[in-house]
Design a protein around this ligand. Sequence first.
Ligand code: NAD
Ligand code: UDP
Ligand code: UDP
Length: 322
Amino acid sequence: MTKTAAQISSKKILVTGGAGFLGSHLCERLLGQGHEVLCVDNLFTGTKRNILHLLENPNFEFMRHDVTFPLYVEVDEIYNLACPASPVHYQFDPVQTTKTSVVGAINMLGLAKRTKAKILQASTSEVYGDPEIHPQVESYRGAVNPIGIRACYDEGKRCAETLFFDYQRQHNVNVKVMRIFNTYGPRMHPNDGRVVSNFIIQALRGEDISIYGDGSQTRSFCYVSDLIDGMIALMESRDGFYGPVNIGNPNEFTILELAQNVIRLTESHSQLRFYPLPQDDPKQRQPDISLAKSELGFSPSVQLEEGLKKTIEYFREMLHNS
Ligand code: NAD
Ligand code: UDP
Ligand code: UDP
């Protein structure tokens, strides 16, 4: 039987961490493009609920597996997203967090080397630590406390970047390294303590909004669909472009402004309540996305108000059904 054009260009793609927040959106998008997707996840923070709607698709396969153990499969591309991403979850078992980033990267790079697959690493703005320059450009080397409570994540991700570039130089593996800035949207874990999900859930329940510190610290929030655009554009970028490249939305807000926006959009009567700032909490964060613009044509299009409305709807429904 002759193959259709779609079948010829269809690839077999591995997504580690595919049952998580970003991973489930990525699997959905890749399936929509006609690819075969193998979703590998140990369900530490991810859930089958995130991928239930994909299980019926004959091009989708789920495998429960921990990336700190070797994995022998045949694939054309690998998106390596497996790693708990919120401070509450990555600090729950910090040794396992470092293992997931470092041993997981070695295994996935070994797999890429054997199968000659292209491999993308979901790195993070946390490699910049509590940054001394603003906004952050890719050439900035960061200010990370190597022995603090965020180090298991930050240093794990930094070491994974080292491994990606060494596998490229030493074994000629085709790597793509993406530094993701704070991303939000439907399917965020309701209990992972991240600021957007916390504030929305608190506002919808009429509970106090928990502000850590005085709320003057800043973050720049990217809606999930924009982030996935950037991720796929990076995977498809020209040969020889390895990154690292920042992907995020440069519109920066204080945490207090975020709280006020959430209260307004949910029409909530919640009050602000102040708590101590956690150790090593970065004071400001904003991506410089010039490189993503010039190399990938990346330009985020969903602004905070629109993205928050969609996320609020998701959590409203979740709370209604629980
Ligand atoms: P998430 O916690 O929803 O997803 C991570 C997924 O990895 C989960 O499904 C989890 O079960 C899985 N996982 C964890 N350890 C594993 C292991 N050892 N083996 C197999 N699977 C494992 O978080 P997310 O926000 O979707 O983040 C996805 C990736 O993007 C992570 O690597 C994270 O570091 C990175 N990232 C996310 C953000 C963000 O704002 N969401 C920012 C920067 C970087
Ligand atoms: N690996 C894997 N799947 C593969 C190939 C390798 O999980 O298809 C793992 C394997 O456990 C190995 C690691 O990746 O330890 C690194 O592989 P590499 O070939 O770089 O190193 P080596 O096999 O020499 O340790
Ligand atoms: N934060 C907050 N209240 C919360 C959760 C978080 O004030 O309920 C603050 C947190 O201290 C940080 C910012 O919001 O300054 C973003 O936190 P998050 O955990 O979402 O992401 P990260 O610190 O990893 O950027």
